[in-house]
Design a protein around this ligand. Structure first.
Ligand SMILES: Nc1ncnc2c1ncn2[C@@H]1O[C@H](COP(=O)(O)OP(=O)(O)OP(=O)(O)O)[C@@H](O)[C@H]1O
Ligand SMILES: [Mg+2]
Length: 254
């Protein structure tokens, strides 16, 4: 059984891509077979894993247009056990080009149904609640919502939760919220602690015990085309993502 997790929040810059790359790397480090889907036309997950533009063909755009899984779109990464279906700016056109096709919400699910032998598929969603995020949620068993621990963290979260509920009712009854992840936490900053307290009071147990600290190594790693875990396995950010992977595996075992 493949577990398919969307990393979603329509708010920009909250740590979706960072979580996708480093959670996927942590899971592959414990011998899980993992596939990342870069479902964002910005292509940040592909870049962060060091995949050059010229090696991104075919990518998610072609798969979506053809509604087929071309196995050559599944690219190796520098991380053993971790593969990726890449994207580039072409992907932005998919929404318009598929405006009138039948069952347009199920295109990604059809493609992912044809993948084999992965324990986890992690989908990096774009910062919008459009076609790509809806397709990702329809294809997923669960969703992780990263929240940046700052003043506007909860802004927009109710429209995200409504969208998840609507998808559950109309397209994918098995979809559930895997967890809410606090990112860029700064323990020395009282606002950050206040936001954490607020989020835990509001959402209770679905908030992961693990939080991701604000850590400069995490922000440097993508410019070297490496996951933080490869760039510096001992930094506080890498340790936190390893902790998150453990928490997810333990929850699953229950
Ligand atoms: N824990 C962290 N510590 C320091 N910097 C971080 C951390 N997490 C993410 N960042 C940095 O914050 C920025 C936004 O992170 P990221 O790209 O993961 O967010 P995103 O939600 O995927 O953004 P978008 O909505 O544009 O796709 C990046 O420059 C990233 O390197
Ligand atoms: Mg991103």
């Amino acid at each position: 059984m493949t577990k398919i997790i969307s990393i979603a929040n329509q708010k920009g810059g909250v740590g979706k891509t960072t979580t996708t790359i480093n959670l996927a790397t942590s899971l592959s480090a414990i011998n899980k077979k993992v596939l990342i889907i870069d479902a964002d036309p910005q292509g940040n997950a592909s870049t962060g894993l060091g995949i050059p533009y010229e090696d991104r063909s075919p990518n998610l755009y072609e798969l979506i247009i053809d509604r087929e899984l071309d196995p050559s779109a599944i690219k190796e990464t520098q991380v053993p056990n971790l593969k990726i279906i890449t994207s580039n700016t072409n992907l932005a056109a998919a929404e318009v080009e598929l405006a009138n096709v039948e069952k347009r919400e199920f295109v990604l699910e059809e493609i992912l149904n044809k993948t084999k032998n992965f324990d986890f598929i992690i989908i990096d969603c774009p910062p919008a609640l459009g076609f790509l995020t809806i397709n990702s949620l329809v294809a997923s068993s669960s969703v992780i919502v990263p929240l940046q621990s700052e003043f506007f963290a909860l802004e927009g979260i109710s429209s995200l939760m409504n969208t998840i509920q609507l998808i559950k009712e109309n397209y994918n009854s098995k979809l559930n919220v895997e967890g809410i992840l606090l990112t860029m936490v700064d323990k020395r900053n009282s606002l950050s602690s206040l936001v954490e307290k607020d989020v835990r009071e509001h959402f209770g147990e679905i908030v992961y015990t693990t939080t991701i600290p604000r850590n400069v190594k995490i922000s440097e790693a993508p410019s070297h085309g490496k996951p933080a875990l490869i760039y510096d396995v001992n930094c506080s950010g890498s340790m936190a993502y390893i902790g998150l992977a453990k928490e997810i595996i333990n929850k699953q075992g229950q």
